[in-house]
Every structure is written in structure tokens, then in C-alpha cells.
Design a protein around this ligand. Sequence first.
Ligand SMILES: Cc1ncc(COP(=O)(O)O)c(C=O)c1O
Length: 400
Amino acid sequence: MTHNARYLAARMDQVAMSPTMKGTIAAERLRREGVDVVDLGAGEPDFPTPPHICAAGHAAIDAQRTKYTANMGTLELRQAVTTRYRADYGVEYAPDEVVITAGGKQALFHAALGLFSPGDEVITHAPGWPTIPEQIKLAGAKPVVVQTHLEQGFVPTADALLSALTPNTRGIVINSPGNPTGALLPESDARVVATEAARRGLWVVIDLCYERLIYDNVPHNLPAIFGAAMKDRLILAGSASKAYAMTGWRLGWAVGPKAFASAANALQSHTTSNASSISQYAAVAALNGPQQCVTDMLTEYQQRRDQVLAWLAEEPRLRCAVPQGAFYVFPDVGDFLSPGGLRTSAEFSDALLAEEFVVTTPGEAFDTPGFLRLSYATSLERLREGVTRLIRFARKHAPQ
Ligand SMILES: Cc1ncc(COP(=O)(O)O)c(C=O)c1O
């Protein structure tokens, strides 16, 4: 094919649209038609952004803080990130090791483009958030996806991650707590991965987007564990989105060695320039202000998680692991699939929406067919209704 015969750029052959929004769009259409939809598809908190954070955003507008900021973000916010990480993890970073981004997604994108090249292999895990392998591919590198399993709570063990090493491995991207499983990388496994990564000079990128949403006080100090072994090749990608119910503000950060921060700064200077100035002022209030709002939301999510698991247990064939973080459960619907009935989890999810008006996200979206992601970022009352409909639907379609 000559270069003019090609319509879009070659890299677009590699990249697919994020599949997680499909259900939300279908639900919106049904809702407009007046249908009583139960939306368990949401990838964002149902809580409002806390008032003191909104007030800081308003104040920024009123004070005309509406102009460009430094590409890497305001010094005040970069300091707020370092202060937060010192308080939460006991790790020390300087403000010039922080780049403020338009969401954790952009922080991860800077990591992919800044660290990975064609010929590199980058290990990550499934079921997993689809953006991670897509970004690795956009960097021209090859994602090597390690499968985790329901029986082990979908934990991305050190054994599994390290079994994928080859001489071409350049880095490992870990999402913990994980979407869609809520699984954590255990601290003991983190130590093993960190030691091996240090020995081989690998980069480790940790997607900590759900870091503030961990249940049962499970210790999860990945920044300190990896930092102790290999801080010179460690990137932490964080976000205000889930912790502070700020998804629409588009505010995240990448924390890592100064040379990486300079690279991310350069990438950002030629793409988005800076995260919204207003969102940056709001995020200072989020990170420096009272953290009770985070605790309150976590308590509510934990109650919902426990309830959803109890309700799902009414149908034992819907097997699921106990999520340790985030706000999703990922039940196995394999017992309800058959060649003559619903053949795949994607068909299951589509038919569940068509027959019972429940929005879910099929495992196909996370590289793991046969499962269904249910978000519990919605009220207990809607959750009860959604799980009732799901169980009714599953039983009706169960192969005889
Ligand atoms: C695992 C994971 N990482 C990162 C993000 C990025 O979120 P944001 O760009 O809103 O910070 C998301 C959002 O859904 C996510 O699920």
C-alpha cells in the first residue's frame, strides 16, 4: 500500500476504542426512552465532588486563575502531591519529580511514550483495564499479558508476572487495586518483583488510580516497597478521579525520577500543555484538605461490596472473588453460557441489557471472556434491584 492509499495512520490499525463506555451509551439511550435502567456499568464514583473541593474550583475562577500554568503543573499542587505521598506512604519526592496531568490516564500515557520503544516487551496482567495494553502498543512496544485467575482472587502474583520475563522485557505495568477485579498485588509479591526488576534494570509503572479505595485495612505500601529497591526506575501514576469523586475535572499525576519527569514535561508541553488550572487549584484543596470525605466514601463502598457479594451468593453458580479494592465485582458467568444459548459473556451482557435493562461490562472488555464486571458505584437500592434482575436472567438462561 502506498502512503497515500492509507486513509488513517498505520498505528491506528493497532488501537481500538475503549470498550468500557459501550454500555453507558446504550443505557443513556434507553433512559431517554423512559426505561427503568439499572446501571452497573459506571467506572466512576456516584458521589458528588466534596463541597470544599468545588469551592476551591469556584475560588480559582473568581480569582481569574484561568490562564496557562507551568506545563508540569503548579508548584503548589506538585508540593501537595509530595506531601500526600509522604503522609500516606512515608516516601520522599521533590516537586520536580511530579508532573500534573489530565487524569491518571495521561500520566500512564506519558510513562508508555517516555519509557517504551519498538522491540520492547512490557508485562502487564489480565483481567485488566484495556487502556494499559493499548498505550503500550501506541508506544510501539509489545504488551505481554499475564492471565490471573478467579481461584487465586485474580492476584497478579510475582511468579506469574516474572514468568513472562524475556531478554526483551523493558518494564512491568501493574494496576493495584485492579480494575475490573479489585485485586491487590500483595506486599510480599511486590518485594519479589521489585528485587528482580532492580536486578534486571526494568522499569515498573504502578497504576495507583484506586489507591485510596482499599478495604479491610490491607497494608498496601507499594510506593515504599518498590521505592526501596528501585526508585530510579519507578513511576507512580495517581489520580484525583476516584478518591475524590473528580472524574470530570481530569486531574492526575505521574511521580518518578527527575529525568522521567522532564521527559513527561516535554511530552506534555507539546500535547495538552497543562492540566486545567481550575482543576489544579481544586486538587490542592483535595490533597491538602480534610481526608474525611475519602474515608466516608470508602466506608460506603465497603458496605456495598459486602452487600453485593451477599446478594450474588444467592446464586452460587455466579462465582466471584472478594474484591480488596476499587468498586467492582467480577463474577464468572461461564455456567450460564452454552453453544445453543448465550454463547459468550458479551452476548450475556447484551441480552441482560435488552431483557432486564441492567448495564454491565462483559469480560471481553478486560481481555477475560466468561466474566461480567458489575460496578457498585451506585446506591444499595439500585444494587439490590440490579442483582435481583441479574439472577433472574441468569437462571432463565441457564443450560438445562
Ligand atoms: C485502572 C484505571 N487506571 C486509571 C484510570 C484513569 O482514570 P483518570 O484518567 O480519570 O484518572 C482508570 C479509570 O477508569 C482506571 O480504571
